[in-house]
Design a protein. Structure first.
Ligand code: G3H
Length: 254
């Protein structure tokens, strides 16, 4: 905390809390893009915030990504009545970074339970409906996700995430043309928080989080400044945990 005060990060937290209409912003010193120790620190602090929000018999929904993998790794307390679920269906990325894996790792650390969704990314709406109609387990897990108490998710840069997820070059171009800069939970947003594109999937969407008590986003690195602003501008978040590199870049924009 002393270092955060010294570097003016506490004042910047206040400024960002106001500008992005959040309840709480935490800024960690350093740049997680350049220094993996800072990414681990993002994970550790985010895991601590989750711990503060957690009560008995709660459900945590988690997204995928390398930042969220550090969150799951950093959990160092037990909460055996907790259930962890992926925030949405979507397989295809590196297995360590898939939401299912992160849910299982986090549940393991908590000594709790997990429920998973085995649905590939990019399945059509029609196919998802068939799966939902046909598979009682998917229906049960989808309902558990919808009623999660806490959502914790990462934020990606729109074009980068779209390419990584294998969207066609045409769609990537279209996303960029329409101003998409940020991605979370398979949804792509402009810097004002307007939705540009949605990957069809089962699970949570940022514009449909009415039932979720606490929504926590975690992302760092100067390159993600616009992406973080885009996702925060959707107005669905309570807490943002970020790093100094992203926060200083955001400060230039707000
Ligand atoms: O949706 C967000 C991305 O999965 C974030 O991934 O933490 O590896 O940058 P990352």
């Amino acid at each position: 905390d002393y270092i955060r005060l010294l570097r003016g990060l506490v004042g910047l937290e206040e400024e960002m809390t106001q500008a992005l209409h959040l309840k709480r912003v935490i800024i960690l010193p350093g740049d997680s893009e350049a220094d993996s120790a800072v990414q681990r620190e993002l994970g550790r602090v985010t895991a601590g915030v989750v711990g503060q929000c957690l009560g008995d018999n709660m459900t945590i929904a988690v997204s995928g990504g390398s930042t969220m993998a550090s969150v799951a790794e950093a959990v160092n307390f037990s909460a055996p009545s907790t259930t962890v679920v992926p925030a949405r269906g979507g397989l295809g990325e590196k297995v360590e970074y898939q939401a299912n894996t992160i849910a299982a790792v986090m549940a393991g650390k908590l000594g709790g339970r997990y429920r998973l969704l085995h649905i590939p990314d990019g399945v059509s709406e029609e196919a998802l409906e068939v799966i939902l109609a046909d598979d009682a387990n998917v229906r049960v897990v989808a309902e558990i996700i919808r009623q999660a108490d806490i959502l914790v998710h990462g934020i990606g840069q729109a074009a980068e995430m779209a390419k990584q997820r294998g969207l066609s070059a045409n769609i990537v171009d279209e996303l960029v043309r329409r101003g998409a800069v940020g991605e979370a939970l398979g949804q792509y947003y402009t810097i004002e928080g307007n939705i540009v594109y949605v990957t069809s999937s089962i699970g949570l969407h940022l514009d449909d989080l009415a039932g979720i008590r606490t929504v926590i986003a975690v992302a760092g690195g100067g390159k993600k400044a616009q992406a973080i602003m885009a996702v925060a501008s959707t107005g669905s978040h309570d807490v943002l945990i970020t790093d100094e590199a992203a926060a200083r870049a955001i400060q230039q924009i707000i």
